[in-house]
Design a protein around this ligand. Structure first.
Ligand SMILES: Cc1cc2nc3c(=O)[nH]c(=O)nc-3n(C[C@H](O)[C@H](O)[C@H](O)COP(=O)(O)OP(=O)(O)OC[C@H]3O[C@@H](n4cnc5c(N)ncnc54)[C@H](O)[C@@H]3O)c2cc1C
Length: 380
């Protein structure tokens, strides 16, 4: 018997598992597959797919005004965690930065890892591609960048990852290769040679694909910054982006280290409910898993927790009735919802955006603590 079962191992499931385990709870995390972090850019946006301010999120998701204060606490807790696990995030909810994507288009984001830097309005930048990584094309990136930053002076170059890297690679493959010191040095040496040959002097920023090391990203970033004497940014684009996979990897390792029990490749298809309380969740292999409380972090429609049918929405996890916004008509006392499990009102294009993911995990975390202190029932 667990204190808490979390359904889903996306950003919200992993964060909830870690924060609950830190409170001393016995936690199990059950998931069909991996979360959407794997397809994301690894930066946490306010509203997905559009430049926005926190006020826009409050209005669009119909959140109460307390959320403005709560997001600062939530961000602080998230930043502390990411610092501790060795992949620090930063950012200010009131002052999103403009970053470059792997296509050269710009977008705003609120919270981002150390490998991401803002794109300046003017000055001099160099875009560096790798011969082996064919979905990041410096000249194409430059074309798009200059549409929105016409005053920027932009140079481009392509370098090789060196011997043993002749095959076509994803950005993640390249990141693993760059973990090796000699590969990293080989790349930096080529950049310096090309800069000398092209007479490129003192750019303010180098733009790379999201591939600057995986486990050794800090060392790669440090070496590049020192040797190229400029700021360095990754430009996350086509998945898999190292920016995002590093986050998932570090969060999962932390959850395992803290003692969260993982049930992987396990789909919840229903629940035993008595007296308005879930007694157990039922897996597709007909196994019952029991807990005091249950957190649904199943990602809504895109994550797989909610299905759109001809007549409305269907809850694929507990099998309960949903209203026309995809929200539970009546939520059992010991069930809590995070992220897009809260229904379609907190999504845009079917997804929530990373800022809301963190906010909703933190709100659920603090609400549960408060109810436990008061000895009260736990409501979603
Ligand atoms: C392609 C793509 C790119 C994105 N890029 C960005 C970005 O750059 N910035 C940003 O801020 N946001 C981005 N998002 C949004 C981002 O994914 C979400 O904000 C957040 O990561 C969602 O996390 P989650 O934990 O709520 O859900 P998910 O990541 O969807 O996780 C859901 C989990 O629940 C599991 N699950 C579902 N049903 C069941 C079941 N019945 N039984 C067991 N397990 C189940 C799934 O296997 C999965 O592990 C992107 C989303 C997509 C789809």
């Amino acid at each position: 018997m667990y204190d808490e079962i979390i359904v889903g191992q996306g950003l919200t499931g992993l964060l909830t598992a870690i924060w609950s385990r830190e409170e001393g709870k016995q936690v199990a995390l059950v998931s069909t597959g991996l979360g959407k972090i794997f397809q994301s850019a690894g930066v946490l946006d306010i509203l997905p797919g559009e430049d926005s301010r926190f006020a826009d999120l409050l209005e669009k998701y119909k959140l109460n005004a307390c959320s403005r204060l709560t997001i600062y606490e939530a961000a602080k807790k998230y930043f502390q965690l990411t610092e501790r696990i060795g992949y620090p995030y930063q950012g200010n909810i009131e002052a999103p930065i403009t970053i470059i994507t792997g296509s050269g288009n710009l977008k705003e984001t609120a919270f981002y890892p150390d490998t991401i830097k803002p794109i300046p309005e003017q000055g001099h930048v160099v875009i560096v591609g790798f011969e082996e990584v064919v979905d990041f094309l410096p000249k194409y990136v430059k074309g798009n960048l200059q549409k929105s930053r016409p005053s920027l002076h932009v140079d481009t170059m392509t370098v090789s990852l060196g011997k043993g890297s002749s095959r076509t690679m994803s950005q993640l493959d390249a990141a693993h290769l760059l973990d090796q010191e000699k590969v990293c040095q080989h790349v930096l040496d080529q950049i310096k040679l090309k800069m000398a040959a092209k007479k490129i002097a003192k750019p303010e920023l180098f733009i790379f694909p999201a591939a600057l090391g995986f486990n050794n990203w800090r060392k790669v970033l440090e070496q590049a910054t020192i040797q190229l004497q400029a700021a360095i940014t990754e430009a996350p684009g086509m998945p898999p982006n190292a920016t995002a996979i590093r986050l998932h990897d570090k969060l999962k390792k932390e959850a395992i280290k803290l003692g969260v029990r993982f049930y992987e490749n396990t789909t919840i298809i229903g629940a035993k409910i008595e007296d308005n309380k879930v007694q157990a969740v039922i897996t597709s292999a007909n196994l019952e898993i029991k807990s005091e409380s249950y957190i649904i972090a199943a990602g809504g429609m895109l994550g797989g927790g909610i299905e759109k049918t001809a007549t409305g929405y269907k809850d694929k996890v507990l099998g309960l009735d949903l209203d026309h916004h995809g929200c539970y008509m009546s939520c059992p006392e010991n069930v809590w919802l995070v992220g897009a499990s809260n229904g379609m009102n907190v999504t845009q294009y079917g997804i929530t955006g990373g800022v809301y993911s963190i906010l909703s995990c933190y709100q659920t975390f603090t609400a549960r603590k408060q109810h436990m202190k008061l000895g009260g029932l736990q409501h979603a």
